[in-house]
Design a binder for this molecule. Structure first.
Ligand SMILES: O=P(O)(O)OC[C@H]1O[C@H](OP(=O)(O)OP(=O)(O)O)[C@H](O)[C@@H]1O
Ligand SMILES: NC(=O)CC[C@H](N)C(=O)O
Ligand code: SF4
Ligand SMILES: [Mg+2]
Length: 456
């Protein structure tokens, strides 16, 4: 899912971008990078690690300029290495000329890469962000296209999810795939600086007031003349007559204080909690407890609808990030134990409704249930704020191979037994759709296998 950011117009663009990247650190924790232009040279710095560790004052001082393109990475194409870290920079005869950062993943990477390699385009990584920027540079340099034409060609040829920020030495561009799978939002602050990011929480902390989502297949050009929104009909690039917003952004990935796809994320989560409670009429319990963080608002909604009191019985350590997006299973296993603890003397003898947003591999919930049982809970009724995940994602989420998905390996009854709860219910598809203002505009492929774009 990764986080992208673009800044235009602020003389301290790198500093501003680093602040924004910190606000979307939850979208990628493995590595991060920034490309910054002062109008003459584009400087690039990237490294493994978190934003606050990588972009120290010393590093930021080496990145002068008023245009910045940044990325926090959760690897989905190419291993977690510095080479695969975004943004990627293209050097031409005139020096470093183009940089790009992307959120999403492509379904025809191999085909496009083979085509570019046959045209003598060289690659330094296995990452899709590099493919996108090399494609644009090739269209611009070898095919003599202007940037906007090059982006239109990209939309015709390259299939997948891509919310992209691209810069030349003097201009910033933002564009988004015709299905709008990943979020992307932009606006201006009081000084007229342009900010584009994956989530609106970034715009909030950078004091951006007005804001708009980048439209499907939208291309926005920012330069000394101002901001130009270039009309580009998505229908010419896609087969379906609707978007394919990732519904999982609302369920898990995004921060609850973000707004996108026309919805406040926290409200969707509260509605999900209400729907879960509706499926549970008559269930008697002492408390509703969320698995922090992503399920917090679902538990709020459940409690409001059921009248069962909300309790924060599980406490998380804030110095450990998200476990699902960690690349290795051993790290995920250790992280869960380090991340959560139970309140002392809280669960003893209680009937608990435990709410989590999703079960992917089942790593988190098994350990949590064990903890709550050891703490003396009498009954645990587990409620999951999404349908069972049975299919992998090809659009920027590293959902494991189908064989690793808990819902694929076991029946509902088996999962209930393995986790060790008294009852287990998932949210059903219809209820999930009822939580959304425009349910037909979403992708649900990890639940129903109906992929908006097949992997080629
Ligand atoms: O079944 P699993 O493979 O364990 O994955 C699902 C869990 O992982 C996520 O939490 P995570 O800790 O990543 O982030 P959060 O703090 O935002 O909830 C998600 O919210 C579930 O709790
Ligand atoms: N999850 C993402 O959006 C990651 C972006 C890109 N596919 C990468 O691996 O860098
Ligand atoms: S398959 Fe699932 S995670 Fe991937 S884009 Fe679709 S809804 Fe989102
Ligand atoms: Mg969680």
């Amino acid at each position: 899912m990764c986080g992208i950011i673009g800044i235009y117009g602020n003389p301290e663009a790198a500093r501003m971008a680093a602040l924004g990247m910190f606000a979307e650190q939850h979208r990628g924790q493995e590595s991060c990078g920034l490309a910054v232009s002062d109008g003459k040279v584009i400087h690039l710095y990237k490294s493994m690690g978190l934003v606050k560790e990588v972009f120290t004052d010393e590093v930021l001082k080496t990145l002068p300029g008023y245009i910045a393109v940044g990325h926090v990475r959760y690897p989905t194409k190419g291993a977690a290495t510095k080479f695969n870290t975004q943004p990627h920079l293209v050097e031409t005869l005139f020096g470093p000329s183009y940089a790009l950062a992307s959120n999403g993943d492509l379904v025809n990477y191999d085909q496009i890469r083979a085509r570019l390699e046959a045209e003598n385009v060289y690659f330094n990584s296995d990452n899709d962000g590099e493919l996108l920027v090399k494609y644009l540079a090739w269209q611009i340099i070898a095919k003599n296209k202007d940037v906007v034409e090059a982006i239109r060609c990209l939309m015709k040829d390259i299939k997948g999810a891509y919310s992209c920020v691209f810069c030349t030495r003097k201009e910033l561009y933002m564009f988004r795939d015709p299905l709008s799978i990943r979020p992307m939002i932009w606006g201006k602050n009081i000084n007229g600086d342009v900010v584009v990011a994956s989530e609106s929480c970034v715009l909030d902390i950078l004091d951006v007031n007005g804001r708009s989502e980048v439209p499907a297949a939208g291309i926005i050009e920012v330069n000394a003349d101002g901001v130009k929104v270039i009309g580009n009909n998505p229908a010419q690039y896609r087969q379906q007559n609707h978007h394919s917003y990732c519904v999982f952004e609302h369920i898990y990935f995004s921060r609850p204080d973000s707004y996108h796809f026309g919805e406040n994320v926290f409200e969707v989560r509260e509605d999900i909690g209400r729907k879960l409670a509706e499926q549970d009429k008559g269930l008697e319990a002492d408390c509703v407890v969320p698995v922090p963080d992503s399920a917090n608002f679902m538990a709020v909604g459940y409690s409001a609808a059921s009248g069962i009191p909300l309790s924060l019985g599980l406490i998380r350590n804030h110095y450990i990030g998200r476990t699902f997006i960690k690349p290795e299973q051993t790290i995920r296993d250790e992280s869960v134990r380090q991340k959560f603890n139970v309140l002392p003397n809280f669960f003893k003898g209680k009937k608990v409704v435990l709410v989590d947003d999703s079960i992917v591999r089942g790593t988190t919930i098994r350990k949590i249930v064990r903890m709550i049982k050891l703490a003396g809970a009498e009954e645990i009724h587990l409620r999951i704020g999404s349908p069972a995940i049975c299919y992998s994602c090809y659009y920027g989420i590293d959902t494991p191979h189908r064989e690793e998905l808990a819902a694929n390996r076991y029946s509902l009854e088996e999962i209930k037994e393995r986790i060790g709860v008294n009852s287990l219910k998932y949210l059903d598809m219809n209820s999930l759709r009822e939580c959304l203002k425009e349910p037909d505009e979403y992708c649900y492929a990890c639940f129903d296998g109906k992929y908006p774009l097949e992997k080629e």
